[in-house]
Design a protein around this ligand. Structure first.
Ligand code: ADP
Length: 201
């Protein structure tokens, strides 16, 4: 419930000053795709490269978040909505703190990703679709989850017993089945430079 007695306090540093001081504009790179499409792999590599280049970046990772902030949530449609809402609010706070956020969540519903875009701010949101056929994800299966889902040991599993709604107009689309993880990371970095989210240091 919104509380009418609570007022939003704005920062005293405008976005242009922030860009010059930090060398980057706070942005959220929102990775979305099936399990095993490569979200965590790409997110942590991108984070590493950004940090080594002097840009403060942080990965919000699906599994890690479910150990803490969202440990009370499951995988029903309602819980997935709430999961994404909380993550988007956290990403927004981290962006306000000046961080580049890389989020790695399946986030299967268009409605939830659009709501994340609106919470974070359309100008700070880079929806990045890891467009990987389910057969490739299933062959990779690094955590054995597809095997368990096929055996009926996991319910509500995206791509098998729960839907994945592909983005229709993402800022970036990466066919991770046809390129290496490093190539995907490079495409994201090039995009961040070209859109002036990052200034060369
Ligand atoms: P997700 O976070 O989407 O569930 P992960 O990053 O945990 O995916 O797992 C993807 C797996 O696929 C990893 O074991 C990774 O090494 C492997 N992989 C193989 N090729 C690629 C690629 N081109 N891009 C990303 N990951 C890849």
């Amino acid at each position: 419930m919104p509380n009418n007695n609570i007022t939003w306090h704005d920062t005293k540093v405008d976005s242009a000053t922030r860009l010059n001081l930090l060398g980057h504009k706070p942005v959220t790179v929102w990775l979305t795709g099936l399990s095993a499409s490569g979200k965590s792999t790409i997110a942590f590599e991108l984070e590493k490269l950004l940090l080594h280049a002097g840009h403060n970046a942080y990965v919000l990772d699906g599994d890690n978040i479910r150990h803490g902030l969202c440990q009370d949530l499951g995988f029903s449609e309602k819980d997935r909505h709430e999961n994404i809402r909380r993550i988007a609010e956290v990403a927004k706070l981290m962006n306000n703190a000046g961080l580049i956020v890389i989020s790695a969540f399946i986030s299967p519903y268009i409605k939830d990703r659009e709501s994340a875009r609106s919470i974070i701010g359309a100008g700070n949101f880079v929806e990045t679709f890891l467009d990987t056929p389910i057969q490739i994800c299933e062959n990779r299966d690094p955590k054995g989850l597809y095997r368990k889902a096929r055996a009926g040991e996991l319910s509500n599993f995206t791509g098998i017993s729960a839907p994945y709604e592909s983005p229709t107009n993402p800022e970036l689309r990466l066919e991770t089945g046809q390129m290496t993880a490093d190539q995907s990371v490079k495409i994201i970095l090039d995009y961040l430079f070209s859109q002036k989210f990052i200034l060369p240091k």
